[in-house]
Design a protein around this ligand. Sequence first.
Ligand SMILES: Cc1cc2nc3c(=O)[nH]c(=O)nc-3n(C[C@H](O)[C@H](O)[C@H](O)COP(=O)(O)OP(=O)(O)OC[C@H]3O[C@@H](n4cnc5c(N)ncnc54)[C@H](O)[C@@H]3O)c2cc1C
Length: 247
Amino acid sequence: MEGTAVRGRLTWRTATVGSVADETPRVRTLALDVPGWPGHRAGQHVDIRLTADDGYQAERAYSIASAPGEPLVLTVERLDDGEVSPYLTEELRPGDQLEVRGPVGGYFVWEPEFGGPLLLLAGGSGVVPLRSILRYRSRTGSAVPARLLYSSRSLEDVIYRAELDGSVSDGVTVCHALTRSQPPGWTGYARRVDAQMLAEVAWPAADKPLAYVCGPTSFVESVAAGLVGLGYPAVRVRTERFGATGQ
Ligand SMILES: Cc1cc2nc3c(=O)[nH]c(=O)nc-3n(C[C@H](O)[C@H](O)[C@H](O)COP(=O)(O)OP(=O)(O)OC[C@H]3O[C@@H](n4cnc5c(N)ncnc54)[C@H](O)[C@@H]3O)c2cc1C
């Protein structure tokens, strides 16, 4: 019944906002209740459609933040001059409704049997699908070694900070790069991700790591090129671009 399943994913469904939670001053997590939701894979995204009173519609893609088997959760960063993200992060309240289509994507996904060491690289809200992957790794009891290199502007902009700190006890190595400001005594990276940083954090290509890179387009392209420069085959570097802005 694959045809039915594909048609199901292309259907717009009405989602009801269950809860909202602030992650950072600019980022909010939305838990959605979607009757008939078919489930999703770690790393996939959905399309969101908003319709104004005058019938004007706007659609945007948002990665799924929750693991397979968990309810649908999105995490949205507010772009002050954006059309959709200010509404999702400031106006939306529990009980409100919006339209959701998906899940979408069969490439930027992770399954425990893919193996690896798992190398996750995030710029800003690009951490969202990587969080789904890390939660799935944990839920499935996967022993695949995992490292996350996560670039944020400042410590207060780090999304899921407590959860990521907690994932260390689950065998995940988390390295932060704070590009604009650092708190007193900061011992992590204090610059944008560069070739030197990648060489320090990434597994050697000989270990056959599997890399997932997600964030603003410029971040993704420079990091993916850096990994290829370290000898990673391009097919072992999966990328998801959020667009020109976003961090
Ligand atoms: C697969 C995928 C997954 C994504 N997942 C997430 C996620 O998990 N979380 C998240 O926060 N975002 C995610 N995004 C980004 C998201 O889809 C939106 O692009 C983002 O929320 C901005 O939407 P917006 O309507 O607020 O901004 P927009 O109105 O689309 O504007 C975006 C930026 O472009 C500029 N802009 C708009 N129109 C023009 C124009 N004509 N000329 C010049 N500049 C212009 C605006 O000034 C603004 O800075 C994802 C994107 C993709 C493709």
